[in-house]
Ligand binder design. Structure first.
Ligand code: 5GP
Length: 216
């Protein structure tokens, strides 16, 4: 039956996870630790017009492109979502995302709330997680702990962080990153629980369930 085939096909595709957080909430470290722990999960590498930071590699942390290339890709509908964040453009390439999911790999998008909205529209079954700091004071001390930024830059980042935070209620899950190990465990629990949702499991174990139920 075509409908059954579609359900099975959808179940074989990788899940889509969205993770957003205000800058300084610890999202990048949490996501890195999660990926190290879970071989069934891969990161989508975004395109950006911002300059690489020290230690960032093209094709690993981001695909670093100029504004003209980014605009060309956007015009050609190459992105499933894109947005401007802190004055730079960021986008998720549709082709790479589709290829990753087609192999059955679950894919994680580390994107801002604007991108998250676009992805939810396009993929209503995407699972979204918001990571919040325990307090603004903790966030500020983490931002200051990074080093050399001026008070003005910190104030700007704090304003941006509050703006990102105000969108927490658009997400399926909320993780508060007070203790790193606890937050990591919670993040992984979400991934595992989503994989265990009944419809996916029923497709994965269809033959065994049929055999147990005596239907053939
Ligand atoms: P950063 O420049 O510090 O790596 O990232 C700045 C912000 O851009 C973060 O909130 C990050 O989640 C977001 N971001 C990174 N890649 C993408 C993307 O592909 N799309 C969108 N919408 N946001 C992104």
């Amino acid at each position: 039956m075509p409908q059954e085939a579609n359900v099975a096909e959808a179940a074989a595709r990788g899940l889509l996870f969205i993770v957003s957080a205000p800058s300084g909430a610890g999202k990048t470290s949490l996501v890195k630790a999660l990926l190290d722990q879970d071989s069934g999960l891969a990161l989508s590498v975004s395109y950006t017009t911002r300059a690489p930071r020290d230690g960032e590699q093209d094709g690993v942390h981001y695909h670093f492109v100029d504004a003209a290339t980014f605009d060309r890709m956007a015009a050609a509908a190459a992105f499933v979502e894109y947005a401007r964040v802190f004055g730079n453009a960021y986008g998720t390439a549709a082709a790479a995302l589709g290829e990753q999911r087609d192999t059955g790999t679950d894919v994680l998008l580390e994107i801002d709330w604007q991108g998250a909205r676009q992805v939810r529209e396009r993929f209503p079954d995407a699972v979204s997680v918001f990571i919040a700091p325990p307090s603004l004071a903790a966030l500020e001390s983490r931002l200051r702990g990074r080093g050399k930024d001026s008070d003005e830059i910190i104030a700007g980042r704090m304003a941006q962080a509050r703006d990102e935070l105000s969108h927490h209620d658009e997400y399926d899950y909320l993780v508060v990153n007070d203790d790193f190990a606890t937050a990591l465990g919670e993040l992984h629990a979400i991934v595992i629980a989503e994989r265990l949702r009944e419809p996916r499991q029923a497709c994965r174990h269809a033959a065994a369930l049929r055999a147990m139920l005596g239907g053939g």
